[in-house]
Design a binder for this molecule. Structure first.
Ligand SMILES: Nc1ncnc2c1ncn2[C@@H]1O[C@H](COP(=O)(O)OP(=O)(O)O)[C@@H](O)[C@H]1O
Ligand SMILES: [Mg+2]
Length: 478
């Protein structure tokens, strides 16, 4: 039970202590140490001084009384009360700590005293009034403790002397002394504060710089070498940090160079692939298509000349020839429609989408906004065309969709495209690494300086969107 209450409290205290900034910890430590040692010293000094003071005052009380007793016996013997009073007054005037002094005769009658306003009779009361032995007692008065000593004159036969030594004077001196000690403690605290601020600056400043540098590294900026001001362990840490930073800078330069080489390589591969496709598509269209067309013409001529009952065979031959010509036409279109180069992106997409609708029976809506004014760079057009083509292939292969919507928009020198289907969707984070379709689309968009995004979830359909600068970002090799 106790543990369940104490443990969380202890943890809370520990956590809040750990959260205190370093500079406050250092300042708190310095000030705390000075304050504690100052307080302890003042208390101890006060105790010692007070106990010493009591002993000293007690001894002084006895010594003054003894001295007075020895001097006053002559005055008593010749009954010179005026001289006796002068003797007492002298002592009273010369020693500020003497509060009073008076002489009594053998009947305890006051012969002389130092009181200006009359003798306070209270001083003569008390049980030991007629006791003529030497004694010293602390008398509590409204002015504080007074050390009162009775000292007999000539063994008590001629009365005695009473002297009161007050603590006030010495107490005042002790207070002045302790006040100056307190002042010194404050002065040391101020010095400790200044030193700890300096120390904090020396320790915390480089740590802050290190923190700032670490943050900029996290943002991908490596040009943040920290200057080594202290030569101590923090300085060593900064040296090590800077060495690591230089390595990171070099590694980043190497990575950027490799990335650049990879990009250029990929661009070349893509453009060679496009050129190959263009060539094969043209050959299929121009040569194979032309050859098949001339065979068709010859078959038509043969059919007209034919009188030997071969019409059916010729008709079957013409039918399969037409099918073959169509297949070659579609293949050429799929490889790379010449209309993409000749007339641009929108006509090429419309052609390809018509073919797609026919072949797969899907409902496809295509909207192009602002595309008619001018044409984008060749490779940008190819890039957009290929991403849409790959998206459509995916929809057929995986989506099980009924409707596909495609939006193509030219806005502020950027081409934005959204391809949306109402199919079964998927989790983009779970796509296996060996699948290259989506990865290829993203790579193409990035190579053209654009951004690519897939938004999909199970049962929610899929939305692929990308934005690419229409012109001048990359060098086209097509
Ligand atoms: N439109 C889509 N609808 C549903 N699933 C999709 C869609 N597009 C992609 N996928 C999922 O993403 C995976 C990766 O696609 P992709 O990278 O093109 O590779 P591949 O088509 O070769 O499988 C596919 O296997 C499929 O599970
Ligand atoms: Mg695919």
């Amino acid at each position: 039970m106790q543990n369940t209450v104490v443990q969380p409290l202890r943890n809370k205290f520990k956590n809040s202590l750990l959260q205190v900034p370093l500079r406050f910890k250092i300042m708190g430590l310095a000030l705390g140490l000075v304050a504690i040692s100052g307080t302890v010293t003042i208390y101890r000094v006060h105790d010692i001084l007070v106990s010493n003071m009591k002993t000293i005052l007690k001894e002084e009380s006895v010594s003054v009384a003894r001295e007075l007793a020895s001097h006053s016996k002559d005055y008593i013997l010749i009954n010179d009360l005026y001289g006796l009073t002068r003797l007492l007054k002298d002592i009273d005037n010369n020693r500020p700590e003497v509060r009073y002094a008076f002489v009594v005769d053998s009947h305890y009658e006051v012969l002389a005293h130092t009181f200006e306003d009359g003798f306070p009779l209270k001083l003569l009361t008390g049980e030991d009034r007629l006791n003529f032995q030497e004694r010293t007692t602390p008398l509590p008065t409204n002015e504080g403790i007074v050390w009162d000593t009775f000292y007999p004159i000539l063994e008590g036969g001629n009365g005695g002397v009473r002297v009161g030594i007050t603590e006030t004077v010495m107490q005042r001196q002790i207070t002045v002394f302790l006040r100056s000690l307190l002042l010194h403690t404050f002065a040391v605290m101020v010095i400790a504060l200044i030193l700890s601020v300096l120390l904090t600056f020396i320790i915390v400043n480089p740590v802050k710089k290190l923190l700032g540098a670490t943050r900029s590294i996290r943002r991908g900026h490596y040009d943040c070498i920290v200057d080594t001001f202290p030569q101590d362990e923090v300085g060593d840490l900064i040296e090590a940090f800077n060495a690591m930073l230089r390595q990171l800078q070099q590694a980043d330069i190497d990575r950027q160079e490799k990335e650049q080489i990879r990009k250029e390589f990929l661009q070349r591969i893509i453009s060679i692939q496009e050129q190959e496709r263009k060539k094969v598509s043209r050959e299929l269209h121009d040569q194979t298509g032309q050859a098949l067309a001339s065979i068709m013409v010859r078959l038509n001529v043969l059919d007209k000349k034919n009188k030997s009952g071969l019409s059916e065979d010729i008709a079957a031959l013409k039918k399969s020839l037409i099918e073959e010509m169509e297949a070659i036409h579609n293949l050429a279109l799929e490889l790379r429609p010449s209309v993409l180069d000749d007339m641009g992106l929108v006509p090429a997409l419309e052609l390809s989408l018509n073919q797609f609708r026919e072949r797969h029976g899907l409902h496809v809506e295509f909207v192009a906004i602002g595309m008619e004014k001018e044409r984008a760079d060749h490779c940008v057009e190819t890039c957009v065309y290929r991403i849409i083509q790959e998206s459509l292939t995916n929809i057929v292969k995986h989506a099980d969709a009924g409707t596909v919507k495609i939006l193509l928009e030219w806005r502020q020198e950027m081409i934005r495209c959204v391809i949306e289907d109402d199919g079964k969707g998927f989790d983009p984070d779970q796509v296996p690494r060996d699948r290259l379709g989506l990865y290829g689309m993203e790579e193409r968009a990035c190579l053209c300086g654009g951004r690519f995004n897939v938004d999909s979830d199970s049962g929610q359909g899929t939305m692929i969107s990308f934005t690419i600068p229409a012109k001048g970002i990359i060098e086209c090799h097509e």
